[in-house]
Write a protein that binds this ligand. Structure first.
Ligand SMILES: *Cc1c(COP(=O)(O)O)cnc(C)c1O
Length: 384
């Protein structure tokens, strides 16, 4: 049977990975080298210099392509390095339409770095994908979506966004970090580029910072590979190896993240001190129908507010949890708790974030894979 026909749970372990040709090692070795010896000038085995290519990275790139149902994968030193590479496809005067509820670092690189290079970004609500159309003009080149969004867990219709992009010849970029390939495959729904912060669910163990792009179009791949090599934001082989090891258990981890996430979302919803609970799996989530259509499960990311919406109340909860560690990031086996207003989204002006629902008491959970009873007991004692 060809690798292409394997189901995801098999691909996660086997796709792109072959026993090492020199020793038969079942796990891809860490090729810790900067250069490769040539028999004569230009007479080499496809590897010349390790910024351009590294065998550990090649295996990971192929594995990532396979699990996102794409033809090509490219790895970067971080999710932001991957983001940086995608925006470098653009030129001064170009415009990008971006979902307004997105990772703070993405907002920051767009507004504080690339805006200075003459690229214009429109941040808009996309819960109704048709909103995109109003902002398209002759300079528009790209649409950038994140779904589910961070930290408000909004859902954007990928297929509807892709249809608009196709009609106007725009590149659709989808940040799939929150869902991971286990829950959602944006290329299948018409996206052109899938972006991952592999630091999160793909790595899965809070031990590596890494980014990836996956695509089907050979022209796009060539341009992005050129940027990857020219700008040089490549990951080291050890980091590639950690992500390669991480994705082998993505399906078993995600299954538990989803189960624990569901239990905690329902627990929080019944808590008298909790205000809103944002979780994609609730039937009354405004875009639950789209979530059901494009996702295979609802994940372990939950945000909630307190009935008493104050910074102080939120900080008191954050300080009291013992199992939920107060930290940036998400998607690891350990449960994390965070305060977007002062942590991940501190770079967004208060006025802008509150307008979008990112209020002072909003708390974000990345539900890990510990025992659910212990997790709920921890929240119970912290919220009081
Ligand atoms: C973390 C994150 C990023 C940035 O990735 P890094 O690996 O931290 O550079 C981008 N998008 C989303 C949704 C993220 O959560």
């Amino acid at each position: 049977m060809s690798e292409k026909n394997y189901k995801l749970n098999t691909k996660l372990i086997h796709a792109g990975v072959h026993p090492d040709p020199t020793t038969g090692a079942i796990m891809t070795p860490i090729y810790q080298t900067s250069t490769y010896v040539q028999a004569g000038p230009g007479d080499h085995k496809g590897y010349e210099y390790a910024r351009t290519q590294n065998p550990t990275r090649t295996v990971l790139q192929n594995a990532l392509a396979a699990i996102e149902n794409g033809k090509f994968g490219l790895c970067f030193g971080s999710g932001m390095a991957a983001t940086d590479a995608v925006i470098k496809l653009l030129a001064p005067g170009d415009e990008v339409i971006v979902s307004n509820d997105l990772y703070g670092g993405t907002y920051r690189v767009m507004t504080k770095v690339f805006a200075n290079y003459g690229i214009k970004f429109h941040f808009i609500g996309m819960q109704d994908a048709n909103n995109i159309t109003q902002y398209i003009n002759s300079n528009t080149k790209m649409v950038w979506i994140e779904t589910p969004t961070n930290p408000l867990l909004n859902v954007i219709d990928i297929a509807a966004s892709a249809a608009i992009c196709k009609a106007h010849n725009l590149v659709l970029v989808c940040d799939n970090t929150f869902a991971s390939p286990y829950l959602q495959n944006p290329l299948d729904l018409g996206a052109d580029i899938v972006l991952h912060s592999a630091t999160k669910y793909l790595g899965g163990h809070s031990d590596v910072v890494h980014g990836a792009l996956i695509m089907n179009d050979a022209g796009l791949e060539e341009r992005l590979r050129f940027i990857q090599n020219s700008c040089g934001a490549v990951p080291g082989p050890h980091d590639c190896w950690l992500v390669l090891r991480g994705i082998k258990t993505l399906h078993v981890r995600m299954q538990r993240h989803c189960e624990n996430g569901k239990a905690i979302a329902h627990y929080l919803r019944s808590h008298p001190k909790v205000g809103k609970v944002l979780w994609v799996g609730f039937e009354d989530h405004p875009n639950h129908d789209i979530a059901k259509k494009q996702m295979r499960g609802f994940g372990g990311m939950i945000s909630f507010t307190l009935k008493n919406d104050s910074m102080d109340e939120a900080v008191a909860v954050l300080k009291k949890t013992q199992l939920f560690a107060l930290a940036e990031s998400l998607g690891g086996v350990e449960s994390l708790i965070g305060h977007p207003a002062t942590m991940t989204h501190a770079s967004i002006p208060r006025e802008d974030r509150v307008k979008n629902g990112l209020v002072d008491s909003l708390i974000r959970l990345s539900v890990g894979i510990e025992d659910i009873d212990d997790l709920i007991a921890d929240l119970e004692q912290a919220i009081g």
